[in-house]
Design a protein around this ligand. Structure first.
Ligand SMILES: [Zn+2]
Ligand SMILES: [Zn+2]
Length: 276
């Protein structure tokens, strides 16, 4: 049952955090700064609500979308035309076999110990969405980080802006000052955390790499260097192609978390060799 996924403390915590940030930004700080009845106040409420809603939608898509499971009866496509011998082909097949699921797994799929199954193009298991991030929900996860960062930054600007313009000399109390400073520090830390995560996932997205592949790749880079070669991630087929494969072929739909019809079955992916 997908709804059961919602009964999780981290998910409730994220929803509460979204609520607190939205309520505080709009009804406390923005109202105090420009007033919600003014045209500046109204415009800011509309823009901030748009980003906050997109953050919430992306979050819900991440939670409720199955990241992708291995089709039953899947068998790996073991290449026979590269001159490799029987032994190496057998060992290749073994690396594509999951002992825990007692089944073969496609390239880029990994077994998740929390979900207790293999997940297609697994990136990582995310506690905050109580779900794995994989083939079918990576786009929504990326957009969650994008919109989360924008909303948090927007909120930080409103809180700091409101605090700076306030006349602290006259009627404001120590408690109010503490509240403003605490809110500004908390939202700045949240923005910094989300911004760092966004930078990391922009790097992964433009290189068509999962978090697991990045860490696996560091060893491959070291081994290649040792033998005087240069390692290149096999699925990195160029920035634009990488983006269209993950976000979709139409740029207009890149920022829409529900648009995922472009995703293929997730058991094979074009590699550098295919486009040469
Ligand atoms: Zn497995
Ligand atoms: Zn998982």
């Amino acid at each position: 049952m997908k709804w059961r996924r919602f009964i999780s403390l981290p998910i409730i915590a994220v929803l509460m955090l979204m609520n607190i940030v939205f309520y505080g930004t709009v009804f406390i700080f923005l109202d105090d700064w420009v007033g919600l009845q003014s045209s500046a106040g109204f415009t800011n409420v509309v823009i901030f609500t748009l980003f906050a809603s997109l953050t919430l939608f992306s979050f819900l898509v991440c939670v409720f979308t199955d990241p992708g499971c291995v089709p039953s009866g899947y068998f790996p496509d073991i290449e026979t035309n590269d001159g490799s011998d029987q032994e190496s082909r057998q060992s290749e097949a073994l690396t594509k076999h999951c002992d825990k699921c007692s089944a073969y797994k496609p390239p880029r799929a990994h077994h998740c110990r929390v979900c207790r199954r293999c997940v297609l193009k697994m990136d990582h298991h995310c506690t905050w969405i109580n779900n794995c991030v994989g083939h079918r929900n990576y786009k929504a996860f990326f957009l969650l980080v994008v919109y989360g960062t924008i909303s948090s930054l927007y909120s930080a600007v409103v809180i700091v802006g409101c605090g700076v313009q306030k006349d602290w000399e006259t009627d404001e109390t120590f408690r109010l000052k503490t509240f403003y400073i605490t809110s500004a520090v908390a939202i700045s830390l949240l923005t910094l955390t989300l911004g760092t995560l966004l930078g990391w996932h922009i790097y992964l997205l433009t290189h068509n790499m999962t978090t697991i592949e990045y860490y696996e790749g560091t060893r491959a880079v070291w081994l290649a260097k040792k033998s005087g070669q240069v390692y290149k991630h096999p699925y990195d087929v160029g920035v634009y192609r990488n983006l269209t494969m993950i976000l979709g072929p139409h740029m207009l739909k890149w920022l829409w978390p529900f648009a995922s019809s472009h995703l293929k079955e997730g058991t094979s992916f074009p590699s550098v060799r295919d486009i040469l």
